[in-house]
Design a protein around this ligand. Structure first.
Ligand code: ZN
Length: 175
């Protein structure tokens, strides 16, 4: 799910947390965490574009483990409204992605992704790695204003880069 969907859902979650805890700060934190979990896509973009490892799904913040650990801590009696907000904001993000993106059942466990060495073919079978790396436009607002320009000027460059592996690179001999 892109940022617009996450923002909409996180706004509702944030308002609910504010209502339940009585803390506007906690509400803001829940909404913020619900959107900002996606900054970890930068890790995958870095791997894909700079290091040319296009078959990885890393997204380190996307993991049920964090939510579960947070819920356990809450169950064992540590309570603070902002901590609750972080846990619920994160949980709502991972839950939304899990049901919206429909990868394999374990894909949103970090430990599973480590186990399969972040291999996109196991984590998201049948999805082209381009699915992860070329849907960049959905991450930014006001898409209709700039997307035609992006598709014309920028994406061909990324595509060319991903399709040229290091072996394909022709090095000009020194003259
Ligand atoms: Zn996400």
């Amino acid at each position: 799910m892109g940022p617009v969907g996450h923002t909409a859902i996180s706004t509702v979650v944030g308002a609910s947390i504010w209502g339940v805890t009585g803390s506007p700060l906690a509400g803001g934190v829940a909404a913020g965490v619900g959107v900002l979990v996606d900054v970890d896509h930068l890790v995958d973009l870095y791997q894909s574009w700079i290091r040319r490892k296009t078959h990885l799904v890393i997204v380190p913040f996307h993991g049920w483990e964090y939510s579960l650990a947070g819920l356990l801590v809450l169950c064992f009696g540590f309570y603070h409204p902002v901590f609750l907000a972080v846990v619920i904001g994160h949980l709502s993000h991972v839950t939304t992605d899990h049901f919206h993106n429909r990868l394999t059942p374990l894909s949103y466990f970090v430990l599973y992704r480590v186990w399969v060495r972040f291999d996109a073919r196991k984590i998201a079978p049948g999805r082209d790695s381009a699915y992860f790396h070329h849907n960049l436009t959905s991450f930014f607002p006001f898409r209709s204003l700039w997307e035609p320009w992006y598709l014309r000027k920028v994406e061909p460059w990324f595509t060319a880069r991903e399709h040229s592996t290091s072996e394909d690179v022709v090095i000009e001999p020194n003259k």
